[in-house]
Design a protein around this ligand. Sequence first.
Ligand SMILES: Cc1cc2nc3c(=O)[nH]c(=O)nc-3n(C[C@H](O)[C@H](O)[C@H](O)COP(=O)(O)OP(=O)(O)OC[C@H]3O[C@@H](n4cnc5c(N)ncnc54)[C@H](O)[C@@H]3O)c2cc1C
Length: 419
Amino acid sequence: MLEVPNINSKDAKLKKLIYDVDESLFYEDKYSNEEFEHLCICSGGTTSSCAKNGFTTLDLRKNYNKIKLDRKTNLVTIGGGVIMGDLVNHLQKHNRSFPIGLSKLPGAGYILTGGVSPLSRAYGLAIDNIESIKGFLGNGTFISLKKNQINPEEQLIWEAIKGAAPFFSIITEIELKTIQSNPIKVIEGFVNLNELSEIIKLSEEFPENISLQWIYAQKIYIYIFAELNNLEDKTTEENLMLLDKFPALKKQFYENFNKINFFPKELNLYELNANNHSEVISLLGEDLKNDIPIFIKCLSEIMENKPNNSCYIASQQLGGKTKKLNHGASFFVHRKSTWKPWIYASWKKNDLQEKEVALEWIYKSWSKLKRFYPNIHLAQLHNHLNSHEEEITLAFGNRMNELKTLKNIFDPQGILPPL
Ligand SMILES: Cc1cc2nc3c(=O)[nH]c(=O)nc-3n(C[C@H](O)[C@H](O)[C@H](O)COP(=O)(O)OP(=O)(O)OC[C@H]3O[C@@H](n4cnc5c(N)ncnc54)[C@H](O)[C@@H]3O)c2cc1C
């Protein structure tokens, strides 16, 4: 058994568990004989694809867990098995931080699949902050790439590492830019659908240091997150004052990002419930603008049809710096996106009927939300689900063929998850 946060993966009956990337990993006979078999990679262990029944898992957490901050350059080097909570805790000792997501549990998968943070509007996606990487391609070739020192023949690999690394590489080391750790103001609390509608409208005008995240489970909970890089900042205050009209929201001041825990216990989320298995699909789309009322109606219908209490829809705001390409091209192709909603459902493990109903709800909800959010953020790999092909097409868009080429050249035996 593999001790990981994701319960599907935790319950998987593994064929084998390995901890080191050595050449035996790439022996041909291991992968070519059994159809559909590939190596599962585990970093934070928060997804349903880091371990599967009958498959081998490479667990990076034991041997690739180092974190080292260079005080001169403020660049941090982390192993491929480091979780985001450990990263920010380490950085905080030096008054530095990193735009991690809404949870401290995810590992390097968070960074390599894009990495959308409440701080992304000001600092870009996690991939925009990668300075260098080391690792192995699926054919066993060692790679070491450094921004601004990339040969023309390495350029495509470098771009694809940023957003699509899991399909053709095993990344053992990542060097990242860090940011100054600043105080944060959070305005949070329960709201109703009308209030959510008004708050989404306000948020689409927020400056880059403010972002909205909301979650609709049994009730709707919102977080407005404002980084205070200048305590006298009038624009921030003016924007936050607009929220004074929602009496149920409370203002909290946090010394730094690490002190914030998103998703309070009162929400009763099923994410880590040991009796349940789950899946989640992440979408991408642009500002709702005049479509906010139709979107709210659609959301309300989706939630009325949810098959059990575990189901929720949530959303986080990107935009600002994530729209800019000045960090160089990447395989996070939907740069115009300003919202990343996700649809979550779980079921009692072993209850196949309930699983079918829950997945059907996810797919129906996805199809309803497509008109607002037509693209996919491939934060979770679903090669074990029927939706995989559509998800990768909607995630990589016009770069899909380049990704297939990379896969054919650098992972010819299909050691890593299939496209
Ligand atoms: C509670 C929670 C909150 C989240 N919040 C956010 C958020 O705010 N923003 C956001 O963008 N995402 C968020 N996510 C999604 C999360 O970042 C992705 O699902 C991410 O892929 C998880 O990475 P992991 O290392 O924990 O997962 P794992 O299950 O360990 O890995 C997932 C897959 O990623 C690949 N992978 C991981 N590490 C490597 C590596 N070193 N080399 C090659 N391939 C690798 C492998 O294919 C692996 O199977 C959240 C997830 C959870 C559970």
